[in-house]
Design a protein around this ligand. Structure first.
Ligand code: DSN
Length: 438
């Protein structure tokens, strides 16, 4: 058979390292960074090898729009099977009647909720950013803040949501939508209380459980799903799967509106390799061992918070009921930006984060946010998280003492971090450090 010259001989055969050494080198560097560093960013985790395979599969070639069984393109048999599996597993895992697994991110899941349920200019009551809320809940710089009318509730002096303040604001402003959940609020939320307030003013309640969905799935945290009219989540944080979002509800009328809001409202074709990997992670989360992981994520987060507080580092709300915690650096006179740079040099990756009442700009901040999920996945228990807390404290105390980064401390800890990481290897066999690395 004669092949057209347009068919490039190596196209279906050649590996990335040959075709594009620059991209290959960057990916190889990222693998080593993940292998040899401790990941403490609360929105990160380490997906299973099975999820990686799904993400790198040929389903990436397929275009579909619509829902399983009701597509706008042919050839959708396996796409339908994959998406239906993800939907069924999400429903089973979170105990709800409807799930949409197509959102490309948590933000797009929330955008779809806004589109489905609100008109431009409608009032939304949600948590302020510096109190731990999320950009997609009505921040001024976000579409949800530009096109809608956000009213923000804050936390009290102890760092907890003040439910009487939420109730007062709800009655004063009569929002159409109330949101609970955020990206840096560490404590358990009174979902039933939020629902009662929403009902008292005729509002819809959206629970965004992005930062504790894995704990809900593993039975280590109360579920908002039966309290909220709609629940959104991301799948890549402590739920430990592909990058993307999901939307859950028990209400069939809402489900129809939400499906239409996802497509054609805010998205086009489905990223099917992500949906396949979502199906994999949801399947993993249904297994009994996920409960052990979820309980350990919580125990490790609490251990890290306690270790830091023992070293005089203030923790917002005095601890955590979730995989995340936030350190307030104002008593140290440090910024989140400078502290996170120093920790990164020591092999400990986290992110700068606003703390309640923060006056620093978002690129500076006065806090640090830590998460325990990725460390737990690689096998760290409380003994390792106590060491991590000690290292973080050493870096921060050294910086505070000399008013600048202490490179000697950073380098000493960097070596200890690398030794610990090599005792808990990740992705064995996926070794980009060798010439054979794919
Ligand atoms: N929502 C952002 C975060 O919490 O880090 C990204 O997932």
């Amino acid at each position: 058979m004669t092949q057209s010259p347009a068919r490039e001989p190596g196209y279906f055969l050649d590996h990335l390292r040959t075709v594009d050494p620059e991209v290959h080198a960057a990916l190889a560097g990222e693998l080593v960074r993940q292998q040899d560093g401790i990941e403490l960013i609360a929105s990160e985790n380490l997906v299973s090898r099975a999820s990686l395979e799904a993400l790198g599969s040929v389903i990436v070639n397929k275009t579909v729009e619509g829902r399983p069984g009701a597509r706008y393109y042919g050839g959708a048999e396996f796409a339908d099977r994959i998406e239906a599996l993800a939907i069924e597993r999400a429903k089973q895992l979170f105990g709800c009647a409807f799930a949409n697994v197509q959102p490309h991110s948590g933000s797009q899941a929330n955008q779809a909720v806004f589109l489905a349920l609100l008109q431009p200019g409608d009032t939304v009551l949600s948590m302020a950013l510096d109190a731990g809320g999320h950009l997609s809940h009505g921040a001024a710089v976000n579409l949800t803040g530009k096109w809608f009318d956000p009213v923000r509730y804050r936390t009290d002096a102890s760092g907890f949501i003040d439910m009487s303040e939420v109730e007062r604001l709800a009655h004063e402003h009569r929002p159409k939508l109330i949101i609970c959940g955020g990206s840096a609020y560490p404590r358990a939320i009174d979902f039933a209380g939020f629902r009662a307030i929403a009902d008292s003013v005729g509002a819809i309640l959206l629970a965004d459980m992005a930062h504790f969905a894995g704990l809900v799935a593993g039975g280590a945290h109360p579920s908002p799903v039966s309290h909220a009219h709609v629940t959104t989540a991301t799948t890549y944080k402590n739920l430990r799967g592909a990058r993307g979002g999901i939307i859950l509800t028990d209400d069939s009328a809402l489900a129809r509106k939400l499906d239409s809001a996802v497509f054609p409202g805010v998205q086009g074709s489905v990223i099917l390799n992500a949906v396949a990997a979502k199906a994999v992670c949801l399947g993993e989360a249904l297994k009994p061992e996920f409960k052990t992981y979820a309980a350990q994520v919580l125990a490790n987060a609490r251990c890290l918070a306690a270790t830091l507080m023992e070293r005089d580092i203030a923790i917002v709300a005095g601890g955590t009921d979730t995989p995340l915690l936030v350190a307030d650096l104002r008593p140290f006179g440090l910024t989140g930006a400078a502290a996170s740079d120093s920790l990164e040099a020591a092999g400990l990756t986290c992110n700068k984060n606003a703390v309640p009442g923060d006056t620093q700009p978002p690129r500076v901040t006065s806090g640090l946010r830590f998460g325990s999920a990725a460390g737990t996945t690689r096998g760290f228990g409380e003994a390792e998280f106590r060491r991590i807390g000690g290292w973080i404290a050493d870096v921060l105390h050294a910086m505070a003492a000399q008013g600048a980064r202490d490179e000697a401390v950073e380098q000493t800890i960097r070596a200890e971090v690398q030794a610990l990481c090599r005792a808990f290897p990740i992705y064995p066999g996926l070794d980009a450090r060798t010439p054979e690395g794919q």
